[in-house]
Design a protein around this ligand. Structure first.
Ligand code: KG4
Ligand code: ZN
Length: 350
C-alpha cells in the first residue's frame, strides 16, 4: 500500500483535536490525539493579574484572554508539531463561565474552524473537568461518580458513559475553592487561597476547632460552605460586625484555624461523595478541579474510599486546574458522535 494512503488512513483514525479553554482566568490550548494522547498542553495563568484584587476580575480576565489567546494556540500547535490542516476538529469551552472570557475562546475557535474548514465542537466546562480524569484513567473506570470541585463549581455527577453525565447534586451557595479563598482572606493569606491555607494547615491541629459541617436534610447529595466561612470569621473576629478583622500576626491560632477549616471542607466533600457513590451503586469515584490538588483531600478520600472498597481517582495536579487538554479530550468523543456545532455557536455563562 502506498505510504501516503497509509498515513492518510492513520490520520483519519487518530482524530486530532485542538482544545481551547478560556472560561475563567486560565487561557489554554492543547492538541490531543484520540481523546487520550496529549501532544501539547499550554496554559497561561492570569493569577498574578488578579492577585491584588483577591479574586478574578471579569473585565481584566477578558482583556487578558484577548492578548494571550492567539499566542497560546500557536504555542500549542507548534509544540505538537501540528498544522491547522492536520486537525480533525476544534473544540472550545462555550459554557459555563465568565461571558466575556468565554467569548474570546469561542470567537477564536469559530475563526479557526471557518479558516481551516474543520468542524467546531462546543464543550461544557464541568463535563470537560470529568474528562481530565477519564483521559488518564481510561474509560474502564466507568460507570462512576465524579466530584468536580474548583473555585467556581462544587458538584457531583453520575457518569455512565463518556457523554452520559448527569448532575446529581451541588452546592447551594459557595464553591469549595471559593471557601478556601475567603478563609485565606480572613487569615491574611495570599490569593489563590487554597494552596496557602493548605500549607499553613500542615502546622496546625485539624481537631483544634470544631467548625460546622453542612449535611443536606433531604438525603440527596449536596454541599454548603457559606456557614463555614462565617464560622471562621466569627472565630477570628468575634460576632460583633463593628469589630475589625485582626491583622494576621494577632491571630494566635492561625495554623489551627487553617487546619480545622480545611478538615471541615474535606470532611464534607468526602462524606457527600462517598454517600453519592453508594446511592448510585458506583465502585469508583473521580475527584477533579483545582481543589483536587489538595493533599488532605487526596489522603482522606483515598483512605475512606478504600475502607468502603471503593476506588478513588485523581488526575495529576497539572490537569486538575483549568486546562485545554480536557476540552480536547471530551471534544474528541463529541466529534466522533457527530455532535458538532455550527458557526452560530454562542457562549453562555450558565
Ligand atoms: O479548577 P480551577 O483552576 O479554576 C476554576 O474552575 O475555578 O480551581 C481554582 C481553585 C481556587 O479556588 C484555588 O484556591 C483552589 O482551586 N485550589 C486549591 C488548591 N490548589 C488550588 N484548594 C485547596 N488546596 C489546594 N492545594
Ligand atoms: Zn474549571
Amino acid at each position: 500500500m502506498p505510504w501516503r494512503l497509509l498515513s492518510l488512513i492513520v490520520h483519519l483514525l487518530s482524530g486530532l483535536i485542538l482544545g481551547i479553554e478560556s472560561s475563567c482566568d486560565e487561557c489554554a490550548a492543547a492538541v490531543v490525539s484520540e481523546g487520550v494522547e496529549i501532544r501539547s498542553s499550554v496554559v497561561h495563568s492570569q493569577v498574578e493579574e488578579h492577585a491584588r484584587f483577591r479574586g478574578v476580575v471579569p473585565e481584566i480576565a477578558s482583556r487578558s484572554h484577548l492578548r494571550t489567546m492567539l499566542p497560546t494556540i500557536d504555542a500549542a500547535l507548534e509544540r505538537a508539531s501540528a498544522r491547522l490542516e492536520d486537525l480533525d476538529a476544534i473544540a472550545v469551552t462555550s459554557r459555563p463561565g465568565l461571558i466575556g472570557s468565554l467569548l474570546v475562546g469561542v470567537s477564536a475557535a469559530k475563526g479557526l474552524a471557518m479558516a481551516s474548514r474543520r468542524p467546531l465542537v462546543a464543550v461544557h466546562h464541568i463535563e470537560a473537568h470529568v474528562h481530565s480524569a477519564l483521559m488518564e484513567a481510561g474509560l474502564g473506570v466507568l460507570p462512576c461518580v465524579a466530584l468536580v470541585v474548583s473555585g467556581g463549581h462544587t458538584a457531583l455527577y453520575d457518569v455512565r458513559g463518556p457523554l452520559e453525565l448527569e448532575c446529581i447534586g451541588g452546592t447551594i451557595d459557595d464553591a469549595a475553592g471559593e471557601c478556601f479563598d475567603k478563609i485565606a482572606a480572613i487569615l491574611g493569606l495570599p490569593y489563590p487561597g487554597g494552596p496557602a491555607v493548605a500549607s499553613l494547615a500542615v502546622e496546625g491541629n485539624p481537631r483544634a476547632i470544631a467548625f460546622p459541617r453542612y449535611r443536606p436534610k433531604d438525603g440527596r447529595p449536596g454541599f454548603s460552605f457559606s456557614g463555614l466561612k462565617t464560622a471562621v470569621l466569627y472565630h477570628v473576629r468575634g460576632r460583633n460586625p463593628s469589630n475589625p478583622t485582626p491583622p494576621p500576626a494577632a491571630i494566635q491560632d492561625r495554623a489551627d484555624v487553617a487546619a480545622s477549616a480545611q478538615e471541615a471542607i474535606v470532611d464534607m466533600l468526602v462524606e457527600q461523595t462517598l454517600a453519592a457513590a453508594r446511592q448510585f451503586a458506583s465502585n469508583t469515584v473521580l475527584v477533579v478541579g483545582g481543589v483536587a490538588c489538595n493533599s488532605r483531600l487526596r489522603e482522606q478520600m483515598r483512605s475512606q474510599a478504600q475502607a468502603r472498597r471503593l476506588r478513588s481517582i485523581f488526575p495529576s495536579p497539572a490537569y486538575c486546574t483549568d486546562n485545554a487538554a480536557m476540552v480536547a479530550a471530551i471534544g474528541w468523543h463529541l466529534w466522533r458522535a457527530g455532535r458538532t456545532a455550527d458557526l452560530a455557536l454562542d457562549a453562555s455563562p450558565r
